[in-house]
Write a protein of this length. Structure first.
Length: 726
């Protein structure tokens, strides 16, 4: 289908295809534009705005246009101005949900007990207020972290719930009391948090006593437009419903197949219910994709078609079939990182620019192996959406503990973690310790040990420091006796550092714990703790800072809205992707969101997509067997090509899911010539280990064996530590 061009029409209308034109011209009544990946959503939005203004249907101030980011709002404004021949567009209500609600709230602040000069606090201030309230009511903030309560309050506000609307059964009496006290405290301070911006405006507009305020906005807004409607939460939905009751000319643009933010409150039901919420709504599907080739779109479509909760559309492209989506099975995660890096190197030598390549992972901890491999092959890369693995705060903290154990005179490392987790050692105490160290000309740790033998330090501070020094001495004594990965794990556990993050109960806390476990796993590749720390130092020293084109490394969630010529999608294994945690917490809805994430990942690719999975993966220091993701089985055969490492899974896609979509059959390895270790032990041999018992060898790396032990899973051991036979 070629774009339709009509003569004697504005330039901004030219080049639109028929569904895009229909979306631009459908100006009366509710409209839902289902805009598939790469179908020109932004152009439709901006052209629709330009069309309304150009035809005189409304002034800029009579249009409410809502986006999710300030960047998107500015881009929309720039494009509309360009479409109107550079005419400045001022005075309109264009911005994010929070920005527009802040504007509304300042005009009506007195209706919720504030005045128009109210301030907006950030997360740190929010937690500080909650901590004060919790301490005043005798709640132990160590056992009940204020950050966790803040997350719960934000979740209630995302649902549009005031303290009066939250049930005691859902919140608990103490949490509900604190929510009430927190709201009262904010009003006393004439401030609000970001959740309040929407919640207060909804409260105002819902109250029958404020009917005149709602009518004022009904009269003002002749047209309402919403971008990324699939990502709206309940509060945003309620706000839009209240405002749309006026002219009823609401146009929502979104893609139900790209709703991937349920974990932060997005409610896919908002877009699925659109026709019920707005009777007589017109649904327009944008299905011509301008980004990807046919095989990529067909592969993505084959996966997403397995979701039951979707409105349905079929993407197509006039770019030709292109390369088939490549599916490759590898022995383990390390082999996967090598394969991806070597493939990137080969593509680059063939003329593919590094900045046209992306590696998209499901979980942040997966990045470490790719970063190490890229550095070894001198492949420039950038991590988008966060720091590089070894630059993450939790990794730097963990490394600081290891550095102090390995090198007692490392003052910078000790200073970093002396009060992490919190030990009641304030800045004043640390400065006293440093002053003594400088005066005596000795390292900080030696200064602490000296002061512990005097009366300079007293009470709890002295007791805490003595305990910390004893811990360091105990850990240091284990060097050479305990394996360095085991020692690192002991340090992180016994210091309370892991427990600190586990107690936080915030969305990113679990990811930090996973990163720490991955750090411990990485250490197994090195002979000793000093060798590992030296490796990290070299990695940090070689961090690329030039402006040369770089491979992009990021999570699937962060990739939404982006596009690349070539996309690598590693780690497509059950439990990792789809995420077991997501399925355990959210059941079928969690699985469907994971599948939408797979769809997003594949549709980021313009020319080439590579999906890989490993038969074994080391997670949290332990080797575990893995089976291919069910999403791989859902890929249509005609649009993929399957390969595997020699001797692995005769064909690469041998897992089949039953009708319940729950129980996979086991992989059936191909018949191959057994490989042997240095001691002559072959793959498939039954062996016995004094600690782990009997098991079967499934992989060999020199003198190292990956053994699937009966009842214990997969572990890597030296061949000299096992005997043949079980």
């Amino acid at each position: 289908m070629m774009p339709q061009t009509v003569t004697n029409e504005p330039l901004y209308m030219q080049g639109l295809n028929l569904p895009q034109r229909e979306a631009v011209e459908a100006l009366e009544g509710p409209v839902l534009v289902l805009a598939g990946a790469g179908t020109g959503k932004t152009r439709v939005l901006t052209t629709r705005l330009a069309h309304i203004l150009s035809t005189g249907r409304a002034w800029p101030s009579q249009i409410l246009a809502v986006t999710f980011t300030n960047k998107a709002a500015q881009e929309m404004k720039t494009r509309v101005s360009a479409a109107l021949g550079g005419q400045p567009v001022e005075g309109w209500w264009l911005g994010t949900f929070h920005a527009i609600c802040a504007r509304m709230l300042r005009a009506n602040a007195d209706l919720v007990g504030l005045n128009s000069s109210f301030t907006i606090i950030d997360e740190d201030d929010q937690i500080r207020v909650l901590k004060q309230l919790m301490e005043s009511t005798g709640i132990d903030v160590k056992k009940n972290p204020p950050k966790a309560l803040a997350a719960n309050i934000s979740r209630w506000k995302d649902k549009g719930l005031t303290p009066e609307q939250v049930s005691a059964g859902e919140a608990g009496d103490k949490a509900l009391l604190l929510y009430r006290q927190y709201q009262d405290r904010l009003k006393m301070l004439n401030t609000c948090d970001f959740g309040d911006l929407l919640l207060h405006v909804i409260t105002i507009l819902r109250d029958p006593k404020n009917a005149a305020v709602l009518q004022q906005y009904h009269k003002r807004f002749k047209y309402i437009m919403v971008d990324e409607y699939q990502d709206t939460n309940v509060a945003q939905y309620l706000w839009l419903r209240l405002l749309a009751q006026g002219a009823n000319n609401i146009c929502c643009v979104g893609d139900d197949d790209q709703s991937i933010y349920g974990w932060r409150g997005a409610e896919i039901g908002n877009i699925l219910r659109f026709s019920q919420d707005f009777p007589g709504a017109k649904i327009i599907r944008l299905e011509q994709n301008y980004r990807s080739t046919g095989n990529i779109l067909a592969a993505a479509g084959g996966v997403i078609a397995n979701n039951a909760n979707r409105l349905g559309k079929t993407l197509w492209s006039d770019k030709g079939a292109g390369d088939k989506v490549s599916i490759h099975a590898l022995w383990d995660g390390e082999a996967e990182a090598r394969w991806v890096a070597e493939k990137i190197d080969m593509l680059h030598k063939g003329g593919v620019a590094h900045d046209g390549i992306a590696v998209l992972v499901r979980a942040g901890f997966q990045m470490r192996e790719f970063e190490d491999r890229f550095l070894k092959l001198n492949i420039p890369y950038r991590v988008v959406g966060g720091p590089r693995f070894y630059e993450r705060a939790e990794i730097r903290d963990a490394l600081a503990y290891l550095r102090v154990v390995a090198q007692p005179s490392d003052d910078l490392a000790l200073e970093r973690i002396i009060n992490t987790p919190k030990r009641g050692l304030g800045d004043t105490t640390v400065e006293r310790l440093y002053a003594h160290a400088r005066m005596a000309g000795i390292p900080l740790q030696a200064a602490i040990l000296q002061l512990l033998e005097t009366d300079e330090l007293r009470g709890k501070v002295k007791e805490t420091l003595r305990g910390l020094m004893n811990e360091f001495a105990g850990w240091r004594a284990q060097i050479g006796v305990t394996s360095h990965p085991q020692l690192a794990n002991t340090i992180l556990e016994d210091s309370g550092y892991i427990a600190m993050w586990q107690a936080e109960k915030t969305p990113d806390a679990q990811g930090r714990v996973e990163n720490l476990r991955e750090l411990v796993s990485a250490m197994a590749e090195f002979e000793s703790l000093p060798a590992f720390l030296e490796h990290v130092s070299l990695v940090m020293e070689n961090a690329e800072t030039s402006n040369e084109p770089k491979v992009t490394l990021m999570t699937l969630h962060g990739a939404k809205g982006l596009e690349f010529d070539t996309v690598f999608l590693p780690g497509w294994e059950e439990g990792l992707f789809p995420s077991q945690r997501s399925m355990d917490e959210n059941g079928a809805a969690g699985l469907e969101e994971e599948r939408r994430l797979a769809y997003v990942g594949i549709t980021r690719a313009k020319k080439r997509a590579f999906i890989s999975h490993a038969g074994n993966r080391r997670i949290y220091g332990n080797w575990t067997s893995a089976i291919a993701s069910r999403f791989i089985e859902e890929l249509p055969d005609d649009h993929i090509e399957v390969s595997s490492d020699i001797g692995l899974y005769g064909g690469g896609r041998s897992v089949h899911w039953d009708s319940s979509g729950v129980k996979p059959e086991a992989y059936k390895p191909a018949v191959v010539t057994p490989r042997k270790s240095a001691a002559g032990i072959a793959v498939g041999t039954r062996v016995f280990h004094e600690k782990f018992g009997g098991g079967s060898v499934i992989n060999i790396d020199g003198n190292k064996l990956d053994v699937k032990f009966d009842g214990l899973g997969i572990k890597r051991v030296l061949d000299s530590f096992v005997t043949v036979g079980s």
